[in-house]
Design a protein around this ligand. Structure first.
Ligand SMILES: *Cc1c(COP(=O)(O)O)cnc(C)c1O
Ligand SMILES: [Zn+2]
Length: 404
């Protein structure tokens, strides 16, 4: 761990680590559920200390970590494979394409990274209960990490969350409260709960260490590419915290003088869950009133990190785009058929976006080094692709029947 302070991403005020917990006290006063978060805090590390201590030949990632190792839960997360995917790349006109397979985290999604760090913070603070609202994956991640650490997980999820994710939470021993309504309703309820009843709230971007946790995916990409910055990273976007976290990795590396540029971020949203995309394009924020999509993990009316995500896209000179559910399910099948990697619809949305980008005038050049982040495992939701799969009917166990 390196010393850090929190800085408000809106007003720039700084706070010591234990002076604040969630939003900037000055700006957060004007936050009410139903608008994107204001006063989101950013951890600002002592860059000089990182620069003098970091050695790529023997990297100590703890230097970039906001919670001391002694508090880390005993469930390793991250360190997922980065796979060069030439068959898929050539189909998209790219000679240097990789997939970062974050579906291989313990609970099957990138959310483990955020839940891990917030659970570590709960252990440091002596909090026994961690509370979250989630479309599903953040909750199944929190349930798993809390199970390993002996913490209580209290989870608010929309009642329509995929069953595999609900099974994960319940079997891990979490207290699961399905909420009638959307993810946004669950988000508001969980904030009310922690304000009145206590516990540590893990809501995405609301707790600043969710961004720090997701940052580790970006740090790993840098290391796995031999300490080189890729030209572009393609990320599916719901609340915009994965996007913000991956960006923060390269911001931290740049502040420490370890890299000299930022990768372009390509943020992909579902057609109807497009609040961040429209915000980036127009500079004006408005909700996505009916964000229905088969990619449940990126379905959100009002993305909590809309402001941070927009800043990250602009600062990286990146872009956003949207894709239809049909494109997402096509991409899910293509990814599995060309690489062997099975991603849930929200994870495959990144590929759908890249495919759309490569088919148009703004396509990435053939030699650009591009990383696709596959954020969640396909087995988390087999219902979504099932409608498009025809499973052959059973045969008599005789050789002639096989031939037929
Ligand atoms: C949460 C999630 C996303 C989107 O992350 P945000 O931080 O909400 O933008 C994408 N894919 C999967 C599988 C997720 O679980
Ligand atoms: Zn502020």
């Amino acid at each position: 761990m390196t010393a850090f302070t929190y800085r408000c991403t809106d007003c720039g005020r700084s706070y010591s680590r234990d002076e604040v917990r969630y939003l900037c006290p000055a700006c957060g006063a004007s936050y009410r559920p139903g608008i994107p978060l204001v006063g989101v805090l950013e951890a600002v590390f002592d860059a000089a200390a990182i620069r003098s201590a970091f050695d790529p030949r023997n990297p100590d990632w703890q230097l970039f970590c906001a919670v001391e190792r002694e508090f880390h839960p005993p469930l390793p997360v991250g360190n997922t494979p980065l796979v060069k995917v030439d068959r898929l790349g050539s189909e998209l006109g790219l000679s240097a394409l990789w997939v970062k397979n974050d579906g291989l985290n313990p609970s099957g999604s990138l959310k483990d990274r955020a839940s891990f760090l917030v659970a570590a913070e709960a252990l440091r603070l002596g909090e026994k209960r961690v509370v979250a609202a989630s479309t599903g994956n953040a909750a199944s991640a929190l349930a798993a990490v809390c199970a390993s650490a002996g913490l209580e997980a209290l989870i608010f999820v929309p009642e329509k969350a995929p069953r595999a994710k609900l099974v994960q939470m319940v079997l891990a021993g979490a207290t699961v409260v399905p909420v009638k309504g959307t993810y946004d309703d669950a988000f508001r309820l969980s904030l009310e709960y922690t304000a009145r009843r206590g516990g540590l709230n893990r809501n995405t971007a609301y707790h600043p260490l969710t961004i720090e946790g997701k940052k580790t995916a970006g740090l790993e990409i840098w290391a796995q590419l031999g300490y080189e910055v890729p030209d572009a990273i393609v990320v599916s976007v719901g609340d915009g915290v994965i996007l913000g976290g991956v960006h923060k990795a390269f911001v931290d590396l740049k502040r420490a003088g370890l890299v000299d540029r930022l990768p372009r971020l390509v943020g992909v949203q579902a057609e109807k869950s497009d609040a961040i995309h429209r915000y980036v394009e127009t500079g004006r924020y408005s909700d996505a009133p009916d964000p229905s999509t088969r990619a449940d993990s990126i379905s959100v009316v009002c993305p909590s990190n809309a402001h941070g995500a927009r800043r990250a896209v602009l600062e990286s000179q990146g872009l956003t785009l949207t894709v239809t559910d049909a494109e997402i399910l096509d991409a899910q099948a293509l990814l599995l058929a060309r690489t062997g990697i099975f991603a849930e619809p929200a994870g495959a949305a990144a590929l759908a976006g890249l495919a759309r980008l490569q088919a148009g005038p703004g396509r990435l050049a053939a030699g650009e080094r591009v990383v696709l982040l596959a954020t969640g495992h396909g087995l988390k939701d087999v219902e979504a692709p099932l409608s498009r799969v025809s499973i052959p009917s059973a045969i008599e166990p005789r050789l002639e029947a096989v031939r037929a």
